[in-house]
Design a protein around this ligand. Structure first.
Ligand SMILES: CC(C)[C@H](C(=O)O)[C@@H](O)C(=O)O
Ligand code: SF4
Length: 432
């Protein structure tokens, strides 16, 4: 019987099947950040197990609150930093070189098709964009991963989501995934892998695929996943050109992880890309969505552009194309956090940072910060934020605050009017 992508990855990484549907798989990478890994480190130290399975396969970054805002966050950073130094973890990204984990790790070429990756972070599903099985885990799994390089999973069933046709002008990967979550509901993919396919996905850049996979967890999915293709190979080529004699060879090797034509799925959903419109969330769950055009009476206090969902260069480019030559509304606080130093640098070189600043945005260093209401843009009670992030939970960006999730284009248009606004009003041009 044919296999889907996750089944192929499990088949090639399985080291044990101790009972039932529990499968122990070998890990190609364990990613770490300063919020969840210190808990695991302290526990391992206390148990006399202060070891790592392979320092080259562990990648660590201080990203959630950086620069540290208080003693507590400084200590969390210190625990991660000391641990990385003590174990010779070379891929450790500290202040000045750090960025949001799910932006910086792919950018460094750390994720490849067919890889298995865990991290103590729910948006680890982002890395499935590369045709990898990447899942967020809790402290115990993280400790086992760090020590032994393995992780136990329930054998995952997959939901296939085929997005046909093409996206209309002004509709983006973010609108697509929000619409999908709206259809699935926040528990619609619980413990399942969401395999995205179809013409729309085939035509997406790696950044757009990351936006898609990033929010799989918001429908309960263990991982989002896209089949590796030439777009994947092109993105990875600077990192893999020593391994393969040509891009075609790389593609051939990676295609072993594409789904078989007769693969089976728990469910198959077909979406017509041509029918999608710009959407935003209302309420406190990511499946509560409405067309942006129906939300024009929602006034916002803050607009945030950043995060592992939409803080990449293509996101900043599209937002800047909306903002160029305009000023944001006087009552709006605009904040943009490029998700990594490379993104920040590119945005500087392309004149994007200047466009943001001229429009009245504050530009922060690369960090999660405002996304989870920890720093650099926390909301006050009763305030409303239009945000390119992935969670609109009650109080997410600050106690008593409300978050409306949307694309960078919609967020930029909203900053200009001060009310939730469709970028159509300002933007003529491409979909990039
Ligand atoms: C801090 C971390 C545990 C958390 C997560 O896992 O998602 C954070 O990244 C978030 O987005 O809320
Ligand atoms: S940017 Fe937001 S969602 Fe992404 S890892 Fe950081 S806190 Fe979590």
């Amino acid at each position: 019987m044919g296999k889907n992508i996750a089944e192929k990855i499990f088949a090639s990484h399985r080291v044990d099947n101790p009972f039932g549907d529990i499968h122990v798989i070998r890990l190609d990478a364990v990613f770490c950040h300063e919020i969840t890994t210190p808990v695991a480190i302290n526990d391992l130290v206390e148990r006399g197990l202060d070891r790592v399975f392979d320092p080259a396969k562990i990648k660590a970054v201080i990203d959630h609150v950086t620069p540290a805002k208080d003693s507590k966050t400084a200590t969390q950073g210190k625990i991660l930093r000391d641990w990385a130094n003590r174990h010779g973890i070379k891929d450790f990204f500290d202040i000045g070189r750090n960025g949001v984990c799910h932006a910086i790790f792919p950018e460094k070429g750390f994720v490849r098709p067919g890889y298995t990756v865990i991290m103590g972070d729910s948006h680890t599903c982002t890395h499935g964009a590369f045709g990898a099985f990447a899942a967020g885990v809790g402290t115990t799994d993280l400790e086992v991963g760090i020590l032994k390089g393995v992780c136990a999973f329930h054998y995952p069933e997959s939901i296939k989501i085929e997005i046909r046709g093409s996206l209309p002008e002004g509709v983006f990967a973010k609108d697509t995934i929000l619409t999908i979550i709206g259809k699935l509901g926040v528990n619609g993919a619980t413990n399942k892998v969401i395999e995205f396919c179809g013409e729309v996905v085939d035509n997406m850049s790696m950044e757009e695929r990351m936006t898609l996979c990033n929010m799989a967890i918001e429908a309960g999915g263990t991982c989002g996943i896209c089949a590796p293709d030439m777009t994947t190979v092109e993105y990875l080529w600077p990192f893999i050109s020593d391994e393969f004699s040509s891009r075609e060879d790389a593609l051939k090797a990676y295609q072993q992880y594409c789904a078989d034509p007769d693969a089976t799925y728990a469910e198959t959903i077909t979406i017509n890309g041509d029918e999608l419109v710009p959407v935003a969330t209302f309420g406190f769950k990511p499946d509560q969505i409405k067309p942006v055009s129906e939300m024009s009476d929602t006034r916002v206090d803050q607009v945030y552009i950043g995060s592992c969902t939409n803080g990449r260069i293509e996101d900043l480019r599209v937002a800047a194309s909306v903002l160029k030559g305009k000023k944001i509304k006087d009552w709006v606080r605009g904040i943009v956090s490029p998700a990594s130093p490379a993104i920040y640098n590119n945005a500087l070189d392309e004149g994007i940072i200047k466009i943001f600043m001229d429009a009245g945005f504050c530009v922060t260093n690369p960090t999660c910060g405002a996304c989870l209401g920890m720093s650099n843009g926390v909301l006050a009670e009763g305030e409303v934020c239009a945000s390119t992030t992935n969670r609109n939970f009650n109080g997410r960006m600050g106690k008593g605050g409300t978050v409306h999730l949307m694309s960078p284009a919609s967020a930029a248009a909203t900053a200009i009017t001060g009310y939730i606004t469709n970028s159509d009003i300002y933007q003529q041009g491409g979909n990039s």
